[in-house]
Design a protein around this ligand. Sequence first.
Ligand code: PEP
Length: 250
Amino acid sequence: MSRKKIIAGNWKMYKTPQQAREFVTAFLPLVADHKRDEIVLCPPFISLIAVVGATKGSNVMVGAQNMHWEKEGAFTGECSPEMLVAEGVTHVIIGHSERRQYFNETDDTVNRKLEVALEHGLTPIVCVGEVLEEREANLTEDVLRRQCSRAFRGISAKKAAKLVVAYEPVWAIGTGKTATPEIAEEAHMVIRHEAEKSFGKEFASALRIQYGGSVKPDNAKSLMSQPDIDGALVGGASLDPQNFAKIVKY
Ligand code: PEP
């Protein structure tokens, strides 16, 4: 089963709209001929419109870093899936570990967001991963199985067709410590197996699972060469157009 890799840049809370436009101006020519992989930029909400406009007609798509599950309402500070779709956003990160850690995101809210993102035709990137204490206590597999099964609960394989999962060991995010390709591959196999339990064998073998956690130009190739690693979710190294283009073209 050949899976088109998906390389997404998570800018977190960096770049003003003007800086975002400047990034795109520098980045697009570097990846203009690149058809092998799906390329996605995920700026903060405030820069989504600027990045959608600047990437129009290119091979680069745009994702949000979060969304609410409701259509509209009294949810100060939130943004709905409908609002994202209306502006040309195609992807959305759900359950990033920083949202789980600082903003009370739970397996249950991830499940609700996933369901609604799929209903709106967005490509959801659901993040899962263990913290250091869980890895050291040999709990990685349990954590991944729990996060995946709860995220996928009540969703059919047909509905979940666009699902992407990102394995992001929390101890590797922004720390410069990357999981070895072998550690990542092992975790990806657990996630694929859990997807098989929820959605069936055919779905699981087509499911794209990204690795995220200190991906850099010099480690991208070895990670991406693993059979079950289908792309990368890149934080820090996606802020620089040259670096991110090198990762895309690993
Ligand atoms: C991330 O933000 O999802 C991430 C993986 O960050 P970094 O690449 O900086 O570790």
